[in-house]
Design a protein around this ligand. Sequence first.
Ligand SMILES: NC(=O)c1ccc[n+]([C@@H]2O[C@H](COP(=O)([O-])OP(=O)(O)OC[C@H]3O[C@@H](n4cnc5c(N)ncnc54)[C@H](O)[C@@H]3O)[C@@H](O)[C@H]2O)c1
Length: 361
Amino acid sequence: MSGTVLLTGGAGFIGSHTYVALLEAGYRVVIVDNFSNAARDVPDRLAQITGTQVVAYDVDVSDAAALEAVFCTHSIDAVIHLAARKSVPQSLASPQGFFNSNIAALLSLLRVMEQHQVKTIVFSSSATVYGAPEALPIPEHAPLGYTNPYGLSKLMGEQFLNQRTRRGQGWATGILRYFNPAGAHPSGLIGEAALSDGGNLMPMVARVAKGQLPGLTVFGSDYGTPDGTGIRDYIHVCDLARGHVLSVGHLLQRGRSHTVNLGKGAGYSVLDLIKTYEQVSGQKIPFRFAPRRAGDVAASFADPSMAQTVLGFRAEHDLLDMCQSSWRWETNSDPCWHPKSADHHRYTAAIPVSQRMDLSH
Ligand SMILES: NC(=O)c1ccc[n+]([C@@H]2O[C@H](COP(=O)([O-])OP(=O)(O)OC[C@H]3O[C@@H](n4cnc5c(N)ncnc54)[C@H](O)[C@@H]3O)[C@@H](O)[C@H]2O)c1
């Protein structure tokens, strides 16, 4: 494969793994990230993993002028757009601000792309666009909906891209609806930062295993599932990263737009995840049951057949792989790694960031 991919949010959880997968596939990659939810040393970690110099810009995607400068500096063939805020609780607390930042960033990006005649884009959507699913497994043609402003921002993002695809004029768009990304790179050098307000289950379980939280709250023990707890479709982040490589390759080679689920097609319960994490970490994970949360569904898992047919994609890793790699990352990572850590700035001041160029000032 050849070509230069602009990877927004490339210092984040999914972005950093996608960076590695793109490089392994032969692409040149330019990262744009405002480091609002990523540690400043991620580019150095990526350089360590790949053995190559990382080009990363400290730029907010909604800053059209700064983005424009990046497009003028590099000849971009395609964009993979991952940069977004993803915290559902934050989106409920401040819908307008959250919505503005996710949508403003996408619109600014699309404008700059249009100016530079770059019309190939992969967009990170989410299974959240299915709202409360009516049937399982969930195919791409299932009814769409949303249960929070985060979900609405993803639905709107899809619509902006679909409008362009329908318009023709050379647009090729890949909409990837992720189920529940988990796990980490086998090196243990990159992984997911737990959001302070909760968020994904595995980083929270890891924090309990590490003794940073006293225990876990499991919402709902009376669902109609084998053990009574909610079932979700967890997909290893390295599988997910490979899905992006296949999607952008498909767009660049065939110019055919697609919307596909990226999931395993099978679910694991909350208790499955806790037990497997206990097994790999050797730590007891205390938990207590609480009533179901409003908006949560008993089970959600993908029909992954479209991704296999269109992209030849199949998720390979199982829950054990996800927990093992997550634990390796969690036990390797410095507590200062987390972007919201008070020590973060002291830490980044001490690390070499010579390969990181900053066009934002
Ligand atoms: N992780 C999940 O469970 C999940 C599930 C479905 C969809 N998604 C979507 O996948 C994408 C990546 O998620 P992630 O888990 O890697 O999140 P993340 O927070 O780890 O990564 C997002 C990255 O984007 C950066 N960023 C945010 N807003 C930006 C902006 N305006 N300009 C520049 N950089 C910005 C952050 O600093 C961060 O590095 C997001 O769009 C998210 O909504 C994630």
